[in-house]
Ligand binder design. Structure first.
Ligand SMILES: [Zn+2]
Length: 144
């Protein structure tokens, strides 16, 4: 088992992380744009929104939906510095190295690939991520 597999397995035991799935729109986006573009966006989002020692709007920099990588970031706990610290032992207040950005990119893309390999797409237009919970909005911070 690789580190990536082990981390995905660990994330899969979190009731919160497990709720995230690609929507039909996310899947269509990946099909049209291709994984190379998704991989580039993954690196851009991580570099711009997570890698600085003190990212802007930390805890709120990753929208809940609107791009497959955003969904994958919540699923893999790569959404904010608090989650990076808790799940990936990356201390807050210290800029991420290019190697760390690489490692997190691999994890995000592996999660997306595993989603694409499963048929359990969220129904179109149905924000089912938070059933049984109050609906969250982009204004909510990431607190778990
Ligand atoms: Zn977070």
């Amino acid at each position: 088992m690789t580190d990536t597999d082990a981390t995905l397995a660990r994330l899969g035991r979190s009731a919160f992380r497990r709720r995230f799935h690609l929507s039909a729109a996310d899947r269509a986006y990946i099909q049209v744009r291709g994984m190379a573009v998704v991989a580039r966006h993954t690196r851009e989002f991580l570099s711009q929104r997570l890698a600085p020692a003190r990212p802007q709007r930390d805890g709120r920099q990753t929208p809940w939906r609107g791009h497959p990588v955003f969904v994958a970031q919540h699923a893999t706990a790569t959404c904010c510095r608090q989650c990076l610290a808790r799940w990936h032992q990356l201390p807050p207040g210290v800029a991420l190295t290019p190697a760390q950005v690489d490692r997190l990119s691999v994890l995000i893309l592996a999660w997306i690939q595993s989603e694409l390999g499963s048929s359990a797409a969220a129904p179109p237009g149905q924000p089912t991520l938070f059933d049984g919970d109050r609906p969250r909005t982009d204004a909510d911070g990431c607190t778990r």
